[in-house]
Design a protein around this ligand. Structure first.
Ligand SMILES: NC(=O)c1ccc[n+]([C@@H]2O[C@H](COP(=O)([O-])OP(=O)(O)OC[C@H]3O[C@@H](n4cnc5c(N)ncnc54)[C@H](O)[C@@H]3O)[C@@H](O)[C@H]2O)c1
Length: 341
């Protein structure tokens, strides 16, 4: 195979990032697009070289000459659509969060294993080298014994944003709010860098927006390493961005948006390394993200298919952030700390 032939399922806000990723990858080709709202599929097709248009993903999976699909439907539909794709022998690049419940995630991982198809999941921020550099410094013990790993994810989404799709802000299809939709990227990074979490204790509610799910959450975390952490997520404040702060007893690394603002690592230059890649923060505009991360992950999936290896972020890895978020929701609901597996 010299090219992986793609179809895109779901032609809403995020679909153009996948279309750009596929059409800019030498090992990929965009063959078909599908949306239950035909005009959306037609529009995406017109912008990206006229791939075939479908309004039924099962028909596309059965008829189109494709090897893989990008799953860009609402989060609570990722599972059934991925399982349909696997049953048709298609590889999957699924948007984040992988799904919104653990049984649904496990079913989609299992379906891809059974079908021997690859399952990649988008967490585009992980592709920025800065995060690997921070993770390596911490894993190598450069900060000493880890004390705190904090994430402050302060974003803005208007009521109009939530009203722009009937799935947004619902338990059934968004699966949560400030954490499950917007915060999941940096929650993935916080956990990836700090390691597994032992216990969470949280408050979460919709303080401002007219939605079912939380627009604001504060959680206290205890990592299995013994370190503590704070996780704040909101979509109801203005003028902010995300900040991640990692402290050991010997050193500190802080990130504001996409830039390292403090690099106090013993024996190393105390000037923050200037290797920020602007992935776009989407702090107040969901469309303000770069296409680079999606393109890197789509090319990686193509190579994983050709080389028969795992994609850089697979189902098991993407499951971890959702597991943390669901434990936080359980704690907020019950008022009790929740111990994680
Ligand atoms: N990686 C990122 O930074 C990022 C950014 C935005 C959204 N997302 C994720 O992408 C997914 C989609 O979000 P969005 O903002 O594009 O939503 P959206 O509502 O704009 O688009 C979803 C589209 O899916 C279509 N659809 C629904 N069911 C379908 C089906 N069975 N078959 C075909 N089409 C169907 C809808 O008609 C809609 O056009 C979500 O899971 C979201 O979390 C990721």
């Amino acid at each position: 195979m010299d090219k992986v032939r793609f179809g895109i399922i779901g032609c809403g806000v995020i679909a153009p990032w996948h279309a750009r990723g596929v059409t800019s990858t030498p090992e990929a080709e965009l063959v078909a697009v599908c949306d239950v709202i035909e005009e959306r599929a037609q529009k995406l097709s017109a912008e990206f070289g006229e791939p075939a248009v479908y309004t039924d993903h099962l028909k596309m999976l059965a008829e189109a000459d494709i090897d893989a699909v990008c799953v860009c439907v609402p989060s609570g539909l990722h599972g059934p659509v991925t399982i349909d794709a696997a049953k048709h022998g298609k590889h999957v690049m699924c948007e984040k969060p992988i799904e919104i419940t653990l049984p649904k995630i496990d079913a989609m991982i299992d379906a891809c294993k059974q079908a021997n198809t690859k399952l990649g999941v988008i967490f585009q921020r992980r592709t920025a080298p800065m995060w690997t550099k921070i993770r390596n410094a911490i894993n190598d013990g450069k900060l000493g014994k880890m004390v705190l790993g904090d994430a402050y994810l302060k974003y803005y989404r208007s009521q109009d944003y939530y009203d722009s799709g009937d799935w947004r802000g619902t338990w059934e299809l968004d699966g949560g709010g400030a954490l499950m939709n917007q915060g999941v990227h940096c929650i993935d990074l916080q956990r990836w860098i700090m390691g597994p979490i032992d216990t969470v204790y949280a408050q979460a509610d919709h303080l401002v927006r007219d939605i079912e799910v939380e627009d604001t959450c504060c959680a206290v975390l205890k990592f299995k390493s013994g370190a503590f952490g704070v996780l704040q997520g909101t979509t109801s404040v203005v003028g902010m961005n995300h900040r991640l702060e990692f402290h050991g007893d010997q050193g500190t690394i802080c990130v504001d948006g996409e830039k390292i603002t403090k690099w106090k690592v013993p024996g190393q230059d105390e000037e923050p390394p200037d290797d920020a890649v602007d992935m776009g923060s989407a702090a107040s505009d969901p469309k303000a993200i770069s296409t680079e991360g999606h393109a890197i992950q789509i090319r990686d999936l193509c190579l994983a298919i050709m080389e028969d290896r795992d994609p850089m972020i697979g189902g098991d890895e993407a499951r971890k952030a959702v597991e943390v978020i669901l434990a936080i929701y359980e704690s907020a609901r019950t008022g009790q700390p929740v111990k994680m597996g």
